[in-house]
Design a protein around this ligand. Structure first.
Ligand SMILES: Nc1ncnc2c1ncn2[C@@H]1O[C@H](COP(=O)(O)OP(=O)(O)O)[C@@H](O)[C@H]1O
Ligand SMILES: [Mg+2]
Length: 219
């Protein structure tokens, strides 16, 4: 069982993944949570390239490096785990590539599909939870996290964030487009709901997919 979480930064993916991990553990279901880029020796090395020289890598270069780490992770970690019946949870997968590099950065979508199918060995999630949030709302969460209550009163920052907002609007619209093409795989959640409500909705969906969860009442 492969479960992926998608949504822009600040949507609440990490929060929900943590809750899900705890629940699966409590239920005695073996799971691993992974996050790209990384997870194998080679992928960790590529990760340090991506993070250290982030500003000097072109969008295409970035795409290919991310794809290289993904293919390592899929082949060496994800596929073997799935084969053993372990539940694999991914904090972002190829839908992020489509939304960010495709819709956000403007890389040709059909070329992206080729690179995605190559680097994932055609592996597809059984279920994808998309946490939907407006970029403005996500930004407010980010600011409150860093306790920068004056951020919106600062002209420079405001201008900077406005151009950032445009990018994240494209990404969000990209996600919504992707979901329209594959509605069965996605569960769309309103990220503004409280964490416990979202968790309940996630469990509700997973109960139909994981027999061990189906038998019990969790709330
Ligand atoms: N449903 C929610 N309602 C309100 N705040 C939330 C919710 N989920 C997460 N948060 C807060 O929003 C911020 C971003 O959440 P996080 O889970 O790190 O998002 P992501 O991993 O998608 O970037 C954190 O400060 C978190 O506590
Ligand atoms: Mg996160």
């Amino acid at each position: 069982m492969l479960i992926t979480f998608e949504g822009i930064d600040g949507a609440g993916k990490s929060t929900q993944i943590k809750k899900l991990q705890i629940l699966l553990q409590k239920e005695g279901l073996e799971s691993i949570t992974l996050r790209e880029p990384g997870g194998t020796e080679v992928a960790e090395k590529i990760r340090s390239i991506l993070l250290e020289s982030r500003h000097e890598i072109s969008p295409v270069g970035e795409l290919l490096l991310f794809s290289a780490t993904r293919s390592e992770l899929v082949q060496q970690v994800i596929l073997p785990a799935l084969q053993k019946g372990i539940i694999v949870i991914l904090d972002r997968f190829y839908d992020s590539t489509r939304a960010y590099q495709g819709y956000g950065r403007g890389i040709d979508l059909s070329i992206l599909e080729t690179i995605i199918s190559l680097s994932t060995y055609n592996l597809k999630p059984d279920v994808t939870f998309y946490l939907d949030i407006k970029p403005e709302e996500a930004l407010i969460r980010k600011f409150s996290e860093k306790s920068l209550p004056l951020a919106f009163e600062n002209d420079d920052l405001d201008r900077m964030e406005r151009s950032g907002l445009e990018f994240f609007r494209k990404v969000r619209n990209g996600y919504l487009d992707i979901i329209r093409l594959e509605p069965q795989r996605f569960t769309v959640l309103n990220a503004l709901e409280p964490p416990v409500v979202l968790h309940r909705q996630i469990i509700e969906k997973l109960r139909t997919k994981i027999p061990a969860l189906e038998a019990r009442n969790h709330y």
